[in-house]
Design a binder for this molecule. Structure first.
Ligand code: PMP
Ligand code: GLN
Length: 413
């Protein structure tokens, strides 16, 4: 394997999806995806499109994004960003948010460029940076305290440390808000601090906002591209999989100024070239459906968080009642929980893994029947100790499976 691929050799997803197949845990709270149906109008749209009377919807479409989809993305985001987004030059439709991230990094990061990444981070960022020839500079969010009722807002960046990472090689900073795995929703002042540094050092911001609609009141998702002077230097990434609870559809997008999106288009046109037409058409129609009821609480952009909130609270309580110390997430659909108070109840010596969270999640899956993700996968090698005491649980699951989780964890305890 060429050395530039080093960071990507081991993937927690490949390993834990395999584990789920092997152990057959009673509940899988590992990889993030809903175990219940997406909104009816979304799945019906796709069914109708593939068998409907327009055969061209099963053929290639425009490479940078199906016309009806980019039109709708522009309609959704223009008012949120406060400027008219050009659907043709300022948006790229990609194979999931993954490919938008990949095209943004490959399209902008050159040999020797540095990219600032906030830990814990969605694991593919580092791999993408190294494969572009760049160098990742990490900074970890750290909990202000370890109290019993921590929330994701308690995980913060040290401003001095962040300032010290910027230099004349810094090309890009990757932001993820709402954050996976912490659920942190970056505040206005945190975003201003990041934005001011990006402007001062002429650095691009790649903002991964795939969980943009999953934010719990009173928290609000703020798009960094709306901060003064930031549109010009920000590429924002979204995901249909997260927006409409259809993670298997793998359609995502990036939007930003034409000069920046152009580089992503070059990568995309020589790699993926064009994404699945019927799925893009279905996502477009789904946006039209939601835009038509945007002012109603039934609009999925808002009802999704309402539906997830009791699930979050139930899983937080379950974890707390059973000896975990969860960080309550302000956004997203994951909970990070400290398991170290349970260490005396579980024999980790039988698990050969290097990191304690890998040992814990594997043993816990075998004993309790509940699969979680080890967060050290989201840290660079020198910082992995920061994630070892935790496990990540996904809560976008049917109530009956959350209740089963409660029963299994209680019985294990
Ligand atoms: N970014 C983050 C933070 C994610 O959690 C995910 C989850 N898959 C992605 C990007 C990729 O999204 P997609 O499934 O649309 O490729
Ligand atoms: N974003 C999801 C998670 O964090 C899925 C990850 C993936 O598909 N690689 O669990």
């Amino acid at each position: 394997l060429p050395s530039r691929y080093g960071a990507g050799e081991k993937s927690v997803w490949v390993e834990y999806i395999q584990l789920a197949a092997e152990y057959k845990p009673a509940v899988n709270l590992g990889q993030g995806f809903p175990d219940y149906p997406a909104p009816d109008h979304v799945t019906k749209a796709l069914a109708e499109i593939t068998t409907g009377d327009n055969p061209l919807l099963n053929q290639y479409t425009r490479g940078f994004g199906h016309p009806r989809l980019v039109q709708n993305l522009s309609k959704v985001y223009s008012p949120l960003i406060g400027r008219q987004i050009d659907p043709i030059n300022e948006i790229l439709v990609s194979s999931g948010a993954y490919e938008a991230l990949f095209s943004a990094i490959l399209g902008h990061v050159d040999h020797g460029d540095e990219v600032i990444v906030i830990e814990p981070y969605f694991d593919c960022y580092d791999y993408m940076i190294t494969s572009a020839g760049g160098k990742t500079r990490f900074i970890a969010l750290k909990p202000k305290s370890h109290s019993e009722n921590m929330t994701s807002a308690d995980w913060v960046l040290d401003e001095k440390e962040l300032v010290s990472l910027f230099n004349d090689k810094t090309k890009m900073l990757i932001l993820n808000t709402p954050h996976n795995p912490l659920g942190k929703v970056f505040s206005q002042s945190e975003l201003e601090m990041i934005a001011n540094l990006c402007k001062k050092h002429n650095v691009l911001c790649l903002s991964d906002e795939v969980y943009e609609w999953m934010v719990y009141k009173p928290h609000k998702h703020i798009r960094i591209a709306t901060l003064p002077g930031m549109w010009e230097r920000t590429i924002t990434v979204g995901s249909a999989g997260k927006t409409f609870s259809v993670t298997g559809w793998k359609i995502g997008w990036a939007y930003g100024p034409a000069e920046l999106i152009r580089n992503l288009q070059v990568v995309h046109q020589n790699c993926v070239y064009t994404c699945v037409t019927p799925v893009q058409e279905a996502v477009a129609r789904s946006f039209e459906f939601e835009l038509a009821r945007y002012n109603s609480p039934d609009c999925y952009f808002f009802s999704l968080a309402t539906e997830l909130l009791p699930k979050r609270d139930f899983l937080v309580k379950t974890l707390r009642d059973n000896g975990f110390n969860p960080t309550v997430p302000d956004g997203g659909y994951f909970i990070i929980a400290d398991w170290t108070k349970l260490a005396n109840k579980i024999d980790l010596s039988t698990e050969p893994d290097k990191y304690k969270d890998y040992k814990f999640t594997k043993k816990f899956a075998k004993e309790a029947g509940v699969l979680a993700i080890p967060p050290t996968a989201f840290y660079s090698e020198p910082h992995k100790h920061l994630g070892e005491d935790y496990a990540r649980f996904c809560f976008i699951k049917k109530d009956e499976n959350l209740q089963l989780t409660e029963k299994l964890i209680r019985e294990w305890n």
